[in-house]
Design a protein around this ligand. Structure first.
Ligand code: SF4
Length: 437
């Protein structure tokens, strides 16, 4: 179909307008120790490979929301299929693995981590591309989503390994303190059953001394991340999601292990130096908009956060990376410590009811002096996507901050429409600019 003269003029005007919003000279300036993440990842992969090869070592597959410290305390190496799915996406493997799994009859609507992981295991791809070895057992929770249950049950059945699943209650609006204590009892009972499962299948007993040590290290790791977040309140922003999307990795896989702590200590020291000099993550004077980004990043398109920087956008707060650093409290006795752990896993931001979620977001918008919010409505992930329209309306109504919802997917590149996303981001930038006038 031929374009008429007016269409051509409109297209050229839009292009010219978009060009004026983009500043190609803007660069995200990485922290000096950002590259140390590679060493941390190599450490994790080598340790995992060794644990798989040594017959006296045990390995488990586990999921987000599971208290990984429990596994380290039992001297079990935790493998994270979700994390390896992100590696597959970053290495441009996820599409073929998803399509492989769909060819087995799994639905397009199913979580793309699950499909990537099934494809990765069945096709036997290398660990550096997101592959996983068979574990000795599988353990997970439904803290964040029901998909974990179904996915891990399915894989335990296919791989013929034992499975232990924690059923964690969801705390709805108006839950009384008495009901909450009942929930804690219920989760603690399952910790005890898990101990019996470990004893029966692997002859392993709980080791309180080791658990305390691991929890202490885990809290140190979390507290470093929380301190990094305190520095992110400064204007100009010292650290953005362009870097945190990768550097939060130790919080997921290495809580309770020194390697991640050393890395975060170096990052924090870089950040303190940057803050003392009044410098930001973008060049001087280039930060225009501070944005909160909610949801899992597009792992196959990590450049997205760098593209945002070209508009002068710094993603200053992500509920996603923040949620991996809750305060880890220990009690005086083992039972009290298990009760504290139960409370922590029931209180993750992804388990919040809508009321608490709106309050949490609005507080973050105010504390981090946010100019706009991007919500990733993730085709794969109901827990992180449900309630987004209500969230958007509340933030816009209460705080007058523009909110952009992007319908996409974290691991399936078929859901990412380049031109459409660019157009929507540009309209969002214009709204933030108008708001600042
Ligand atoms: S549904 Fe969401 S929380 Fe659950 S496994 Fe998929 S991405 Fe993770």
């Amino acid at each position: 179909m031929k374009c008429c003269k007016n269409d051509r003029e409109n297209m050229m005007n839009t292009k010219a307008k978009n060009q004026s919003l983009i500043d190609d000279s803007i660069r995200v300036q990485p922290l000096p120790h950002a590259g140390d993440l590679k060493g941390v990842m190599i450490h994790y992969f080598l340790r995992g490979m060794l644990a798989t090869k040594l017959p006296w070592k045990k390995t488990a597959w586990t999921c987000a929301g599971f208290p990984v410290e429990l596994l380290w305390a039992y001297d079990v190496f935790p493998h994270h299929p979700e994390n390896m799915a992100t590696v597959a996406a970053a290495r441009k493997q996820s599409l073929r693995l998803i399509e492989y799994t769909e060819s087995l009859g799994y639905s397009r609507d199913l979580c793309s981590y699950c499909k990537t992981s099934i494809g990765a295991y069945d096709t036997g791809i290398k660990a550096t591309l997101g592959g996983l070895d068979k574990p000795d057992f599988i353990t997970c929770t439904n803290t964040i989503c029901d998909t974990h249950w179904k996915w891990f049950h399915l894989q335990a059945h296919r791989l013929k390994v034992p499975i232990f699943v924690f059923d964690v209650p969801s705390v709805v609006s108006g839950t009384s303190p008495e009901t909450m204590e009942g929930y804690v009892d219920y989760v603690v009972e399952q910790f005890i059953l898990f101990g019996e499962f470990m004893q029966k299948n692997f002859g392993k007993k709980p080791n309180e001394k080791k658990l305390r040590k691991v929890m202490k290290l885990s809290e140190r790791l979390s507290s470093l991340w929380r301190e990094i977040y305190e520095y992110r309140k400064i204007i100009p922003s010292v650290y953005s999601a362009a870097e945190t999307s990768a550097s939060f990795f130790p919080l997921v896989v290495l809580p309770g292990v020194k390697k991640g702590i050393q890395f975060y200590e170096k990052l924090l020291s870089d950040i303190k130096k940057r803050a003392a000099k009044g410098e930001g993550t973008l060049q001087e004077g280039k930060e225009k908009y501070r944005v909160l980004y909610e949801g899992i990043p597009f792992w196959y398109r990590m450049r997205f956060m760098y593209d945002l920087a070209k508009y002068g956008i710094v993603v200053t707060y992500e509920p996603y990376t923040w949620s991996f650093a809750p305060k880890k409290t220990m009690g005086l006795s083992l039972e009290e410590s298990l009760r504290e752990t139960a409370r922590t896993i029931m209180n993750l931001p992804y388990a919040y009811n809508l009321e608490d979620r709106i309050e949490y977001f609005e507080k973050a918008v105010q504390e981090y002096r946010i100019d706009g919010v991007i919500l990733h409505e993730n085709m794969s992930c109901r827990p992180s996507s449900s309630g987004m329209i209500d969230l958007k309306e509340a933030i816009q109504r209460d705080l007058g901050v523009p909110v952009l919802i992007l319908q996409c997917d974290m691991n399936d590149p078929r859901a990412f429409s380049e031109a459409q996303i660019q157009t929507r981001v540009e309209s969002f930038v214009e709204l933030m600019a108008d708001n600042k006038k």
